[in-house]
Design a protein around this ligand. Structure first.
Ligand code: NAG
Ligand code: NAG
Ligand code: NAG
Ligand code: NAG
Ligand code: NAG
Ligand code: NAG
Ligand code: NAG
Length: 306
């Protein structure tokens, strides 16, 4: 949601990214009007991190040899470029930008406090999924157990009272990749997939909002992948809902893909197997190279004429 309070212009290489940080909370947003009045138990403090943990990481958006160039997706505070010039709500959004999108939205949260002692929760604006790229696809592959160690060092030495108040139990961060990408057991030899961010005892107390949580760790909470639909206000959302309700919809499309390549049976793989079986006689299409996460599995989309 655009707000023109202050502008921080960052120039990296040949690209320029404009990120607008509101200096105080906004009450012009209709989503917020109701909640402004009562912040009881909802105060959040944002930990101030050196840019090496967030904004600096965006500078290498075209620099990962085995990963796609995600520079175009940084536009519009991580929403990506508009699908066309007249669009108000539709953007080419890359889910990997969730950390940036969330950070930007948090700065508009109506119950922010500058005092960590007054906060009910403490947000750590670390772009973990983007930082993970250098371990997953870059030169630091062999140091994947080290992701997060510098951050922990910072969190516990810079204003240690924030951490020490609840030993990190009130801290939370957002991961724009599945938890599996951060849970390689420490000491794996040979190294397999992932960093060990979620395996480090240092982060045991920290809550992680992730696009795909594992079933058992209480620290992980699943949040939806960002979509490409970002209406700037409620009336545009409502008018879209009306339009969809009114329109004649004759085709149902579903997509199942990615992941589930291990030895044990999984729901994803069962769906894919069933689709594979049906490819011949029904309107099921095998779509390859759609995965953003390098699983290399591709997926199936199914069109049903109603
Ligand atoms: C960006 O990439 C360059 C070259 O690969 C590397 O030296 C630098 O440390 C990277 N910067 C960040 C913030 O990852
Ligand atoms: C969209 O707007 C930009 C800037 O005004 C212009 O350069 C570009 O040609 C437009 N694109 C289309 C598809 O109209
Ligand atoms: C990681 O270590 C292995 C084995 O020592 C080596 O073959 C490989 O080149 C290293 N990878 C990177 C990215 O340094
Ligand atoms: C996590 O919390 C426990 C108490 O619940 C505490 O003993 C431990 O030191 C904390 N871990 C860190 C890394 O602060
Ligand atoms: C919603 O956003 C659109 C596009 O920016 C704007 O034209 C419209 O006036 C806005 N409506 C309200 C009620 O703010
Ligand atoms: C695929 O089709 C074969 C033959 O009809 C059947 O035996 C098998 O169970 C099917 N597999 C799945 C996953 O539906
Ligand atoms: C598949 O698509 C074609 C053309 O859209 C349609 O005529 C046919 O009925 C569809 N078949 C099924 C099983 O949905």
């Amino acid at each position: 949601m655009a707000s023109n309070k202050s502008t921080l212009l960052i120039l990296f290489f040949s690209i320029s990214i404009t990120i607008q940080f509101p200096t105080k909370t906004s009450s012009t947003n209709p989503d917020h009007q109701q909640s402004d009045s009562d912040c009881t138990n909802r105060w959040i403090h944002i930990r101030r991190l050196p840019p090496v943990f967030n904004l600096d990481l965006l500078s290498n958006c075209s620099g990962y040899p085995l990963f796609y160039d995600f520079c175009p997706y940084l536009a519009n505070h991580g929403l990506g470029q508009k699908t066309h010039n007249l669009s108000h709500s539709w953007y080419r959004t890359d889910p990997l930008m969730l950390e940036l999108i969330f950070h930007r939205r948090m700065l508009e949260y109506p119950c922010l406090t500058a005092d960590p002692q007054a906060a009910d929760a403490i947000y750590v604006p670390y772009y973990a999924g983007i930082d993970a790229l250098r371990y997953l696809y870059g030169p630091d592959y062999n140091s994947s157990s080290e992701q997060g160690l510098n951050l922990f060092e910072f969190l516990t030495t810079d204003s240690p009272e924030s951490w020490n108040r609840k030993m990190g139990h009130d801290h939370f961060m957002v991961l724009a990749r599945p938890a599996w990408d951060f849970s390689q057991p420490l000491g794996n030899n040979p190294l397999l997939w992932g960093t060990s961010l979620l395996e480090l005892p240092q982060f045991y107390n920290v809550t992680a909002l992730t696009v795909e949580a594992r079933a058992w760790p209480w620290q992980e909470h699943a949040v939806p992948y960002p979509t490409s639909f970002h209406p700037p206000n409620l009336s545009l959302l409502e008018s879209w809902v009306q339009r969809v309700r009114r329109s004649r919809r004759t085709t149902l499309m579903m997509f199942a893909g990615g992941g589930g390549v291990g030895r044990n049976p999984t729901i994803r793989r069962s769906i894919r197997n069933e689709c594979e079986n049906n490819t011949m006689n029904k309107n099921v299409t095998n779509v390859n190279n759609v995965g953003m996460y390098g699983s290399g599995v591709g997926g199936f989309s199914k069109h049903v004429t109603l």
